[in-house]
Design a protein around this ligand. Structure first.
Ligand code: ADP
Length: 399
């Protein structure tokens, strides 16, 4: 009997012990499941963050990128590509041609699928606003054992091409501008050498022409050098406080003979003590170009007037007016371009290089100012530009 009781107690104890073991095992299992779930949640959060970072990187790429799956359907397309092709809806899963409607790109993708990759293929997209130029690279990648996906990257070369065509146009213009006076000089010299001109008055007229065209070449080369130095920032300004009156008077003196030849009167209207913080030589060049244009292209017996006032943000606004025929509306946006002339023959006859206003714009901008053609009435022309006011004006306003 005692033995059976002992056995029963031992059995109960063992059952209780096993139960507590089971409970402990259950708790441990629960804890490791919770830890596993935590780990999984953390991993998926990290995965999400990585995917977000990759998406952001992909979307911020300046190149247009599209990734295709093994069946030629769009898997991913970045913001640059969407903007380029005006894609506003979700195109994932669509065929490339449905989404971007470019047979050229589709052909490049097909070629990349055959050959493995295609590099630097030229692509021109003529849009209403502007024609864009691209270099297209495409590669295929192994999507699965049986299928190859594709990556297409579009590098925008538009700015580069525009610069290149601007440079070509500039070289062509310079060559033309140099050749014209040179061939005139050559023509007059040949006539003189061949002795066809025996009349001394004709000889002196021819020599006068040679001198005029040599001067034109000199002005052109000086203007080209000035422009090239300004454009490559080779000119260091030496600014100082200068009374504007002194600069304008100096230019009026220099141009007095030219003005008298055309019967043009020169006048200024601004406060005597108005001073500017500028490189005097450079601003003389600006005033000279604008006032001389007023004399050359303005009305004979007309007027050129320089006004100035202290404007906003510690800048002085200077305006050069003339009462000539003005600049036609269709030419207004182009007058600051190199070699642009409203009337080519008139500009040449006046010894113009077509570079004066481009130089004005550069010098003013180098001083932190801006230059523009006033909207004005039909009659007359008014060019305005801003210059930093004298340093004491700046100090007063800062204090
Ligand atoms: P240019 O050496 O030919 O004078 P600019 O760059 O100074 O070159 O001027 C460009 C063109 O703008 C001129 O050829 C002329 O046709 C026009 N222009 C400039 N200033 C005036 C003005 N005050 N009135 C009318 N046309 C002007």
């Amino acid at each position: 009997m005692v033995v059976s009781i002992c056995l029963a107690i031992a059995l109960v104890a063992e059952i209780l012990f096993s139960r507590s073991k089971l409970q402990q095992a259950r708790e441990e299992n629960q804890a490791s499941q919770t830890a596993l779930a935590d780990l999984q949640a953390r991993y998926s959060l990290e995965q999400q963050e990585v995917a977000q970072r990759q998406d952001a990187l992909f979307d911020h790429m300046v190149e247009g990128v599209v990734i295709l799956d093994g069946q030629g359907r769009i898997r991913l397309v970045n913001a640059a590509m969407r903007e380029l092709f005006g894609i506003t809806v979700d195109v994932r899963g669509k065929r490339l041609i449905e989404a971007i409607r470019s047979h050229e790109i589709q052909e490049i993708v097909n070629e990349a699928t055959d050959k493995g990759h295609v590099t630097g293929r030229d692509l021109v997209i003529a849009a209403a606003a502007e024609t864009k130029y691209f270099a297209v690279n495409a590669s295929s990648y192994e999507e699965s054992e049986a299928e190859a996906g594709g990556i297409v990257i579009l590098h925008d070369l538009t700015t580069f091409r525009q610069l290149e065509s601007g440079r070509r146009e500039f070289v062509a213009n310079v060559s033309h501008e140099l050749r014209t006076p040179l061939s005139m000089i050559k023509g007059y010299v040949e006539t003189l050498i061949e002795g066809n001109v025996n009349d001394p008055s004709l000889q002196s007229r021819f020599l006068g022409k040679i001198q005029k065209h040599s001067d034109r070449l000199t002005y052109l080369i000086e203007d080209l050098l000035a422009l090239s130095q300004l454009e490559s920032n080779q000119i260091a300004l030496s600014p100082a406080d200068v009374p504007l009156q002194a600069l304008v008077s100096r230019v009026f003196d220099d141009l007095q003979d030219k003005a008298e030849e055309r019967g043009v009167s020169l006048s200024a209207a601004f406060e005597d003590d108005l001073s500017v913080w500028v490189d005097a030589d450079r601003i003389i060049q600006v005033l000279q170009n604008l006032i001389e244009n007023g004399i050359k292209y303005g009305r004979p017996e007309g007027q050129v007037l320089v006004r100035a006032k202290l404007g906003e943000d510690r800048f002085v606004v200077v305006t050069v007016f003339d009462d000539g025929p003005g600049i036609p509306a269709e030419a207004r946006d182009r007058v600051f371009e190199r070699f642009f002339r409203v009337d080519k023959a008139r500009s040449r006859e006046q010894g113009g290089t077509g570079l004066g206003l481009a130089i004005v714009k550069h010098i003013v901008q180098t001083h932190g100012g801006r230059v523009w053609l006033e909207q004005g009435d039909e009659q007359g022309t008014a060019f305005s530009f801003t210059l930093p006011a004298q340093s004491s004006v700046q100090c007063t306003e800062y204090s």
